[in-house]
Design a protein. Structure first.
Length: 344
C-alpha cells in the first residue's frame, strides 16, 4: 500500500513538473508592457505605431511578442499600479510613453533586470533618465522628441514681424515643458518682446488660461510638447482663433486638434523607431546602456488650413514665409484623431 501511495505521489509530482514546464515561456516568446501617459492624438499615434511595428518584427523574426497595454491618464497612483502589474506579469521589457511614465518606470525597475525603453521624452538628460544621449549608462534608453524652440519662435516672427507680445501656455508641472519654455523666454527677451505666461494643470484651467491670453491681447501663443495643453486643444482652439491669435505648438497633433501650427518630429516614425529599439534589446541582446537615444529632425511645420483661413492668412503666403525655417511644410485640417483623416 505504501509503495502504491509513493508511486501516486511521484506521478503527481511529475505531472506538476511537466505542467510547470509547459506553462513557461519559450525562448522565442516575449511580453512587452506599454504604458501611455494620457489619451491624446500624439501619444496614441506613437503607441499605435509601436504595436504595428512590433507585430511586423515578430512575423519577420518568427517570434511571439505579446503586448500588454494600459493608460494611466496622468494619475500617479494608477501609473504605479500599472507598473506593479507589469512586474507581476514578468514582462520582458517596459515601454514608457512620455517623460512621467519613463521616470516612474526607471525608479521602479532599478533593482531588477527589466529593461525600459522610453518614447517621446523631450529632455532625457535633463530628466536624469540617461547620462548622455550617446551613452545612456543604465538599464534604460529610448526615443526623444526634443523640440527646437528657436525654430518655432522664428516662425512666429516670419508670419508677424511686428509681434511684440507673445503668450506662453503650458503646465508648470510637466517636466517636458521646462526646457522649451526657458528657451522661449530667452529668445523673446533678447528681442525685447513682452512675455505673458498663463498655466494650468487640467483642461478647465487651460481653458481659463487661453481666455486670459485673449484678455491680455497677445499677438501669438506658444506651447511646447505639453500633454496637458494637448488634451485641452479641442476645447481652446475656437477661443484663440476667434480672437485672431495664432497658436504655435510643438507637435502636429495640436494642429490636428485646431492649433494654427504644429512644429516637430514625425510621431508615427518615432513610434516605429521605438519598436526597432525594443527589438535590438529583446531579440539582438543589446544592453540599453549601450543603445544611444534616438533623436529626430524636427523641421516639419504642420499648418492647419482651417485656422489659417480664419486668422486671415493666405496659406501660400504663410508657406513661403515659413520655408526658410523648415525642412518641410504640410497641411492638415481640424479633426479629433489622425484616424478621422484616414476616413475622409
Amino acid at each position: 500500500m505504501k509503495k502504491l501511495i509513493a508511486l501516486c505521489l511521484i506521478t503527481v509530482l511529475l505531472l506538476g513538473t511537466l505542467a510547470g514546464c509547459s506553462s513557461q515561456k519559450k525562448d522565442n516568446e516575449f511580453v512587452v508592457g506599454i504604458c501611455n501617459f494620457v489619451d491624446d492624438a500624439s501619444l496614441n499615434q506613437i503607441v499605435d505605431n509601436i504595436k504595428t511595428k512590433l507585430s511586423a518584427i515578430a512575423a519577420e523574426r518568427n517570434v511571439t511578442i505579446t503586448v500588454k497595454y494600459d493608460n494611466c491618464e496622468a494619475d500617479a497612483n494608477v501609473l504605479s499600479q500599472i507598473i506593479a502589474n507589469f512586474k507581476a506579469d514578468q514582462v520582458d521589457l517596459m515601454i514608457g510613453v512620455a517623460t512621467p511614465v519613463a521616470m516612474a518606470m526607471q525608479a521602479a525597475t532599478e533593482d531588477t533586470d527589466i529593461p525600459v525603453v522610453f518614447a517621446a521624452v523631450s529632455d532625457p538628460v535633463g530628466a536624469k533618465l540617461v547620462d548622455s544621449l550617446e551613452h545612456p549608462g543604465a538599464n534604460i534608453t529610448g526615443t526623444s522628441d526634443y523640440l527646437d524652440t528657436n525654430a518655432v519662435m522664428n516662425l512666429i516672427f516670419a508670419a508677424d514681424p511686428d509681434a511684440d507680445k507673445v503668450g506662453l501656455l503650458y503646465n508648470l508641472g510637466e517636466e517636458a515643458s521646462k526646457t522649451a519654455i526657458a528657451a522661449a523666454k530667452q529668445y523673446l527677451t533678447s528681442k525685447n518682446v513682452t512675455v505673458v505666461e498663463h498655466t494650468g494643470t487640467n483642461v478647465e484651467e487651460i481653458k481659463a488660461a487661453a481666455q486670459a491670453m485673449v484678455n491680455d491681447g497677445v499677438d501669438a501663443v506658444f506651447t511646447p510638447t505639453d500633454n496637458t495643453v494637448m488634451q485641452a486643444e479641442l476645447a481652446i482652439y475656437e477661443t484663440l482663433a476667434a480672437a485672431g491669435i495664432p497658436h504655435y505648438t510643438g507637435a502636429d497633433s495640436f494642429a490636428l486638434n485646431g492649433a494654427f501650427l504644429g512644429y516637430g518630429v514625425d510621431y508615427a516614425n518615432l513610434g516605429t523607431e521605438t519598436a526597432e529599439m525594443v527589438a535590438e534589446i529583446l531579440l539582438d541582446g543589446k544592453k540599453p546602456a549601450d543603445v544611444a537615444v534616438r533623436t529626430f529632425d524636427n523641421g516639419t511645420a504642420t499648418v492647419n488650413t482651417d485656422i489659417c483661413t480664419r486668422l486671415g492668412y493666405d496659406y501660400d503666403t504663410i508657406a513661403a514665409a515659413f520655408a526658410p525655417y523648415c525642412l518641410r511644410i504640410q497641411k492638415i485640417v481640424t479633426a479629433e484623431s489622425f484616424d478621422d483623416l484616414k476616413d475622409d
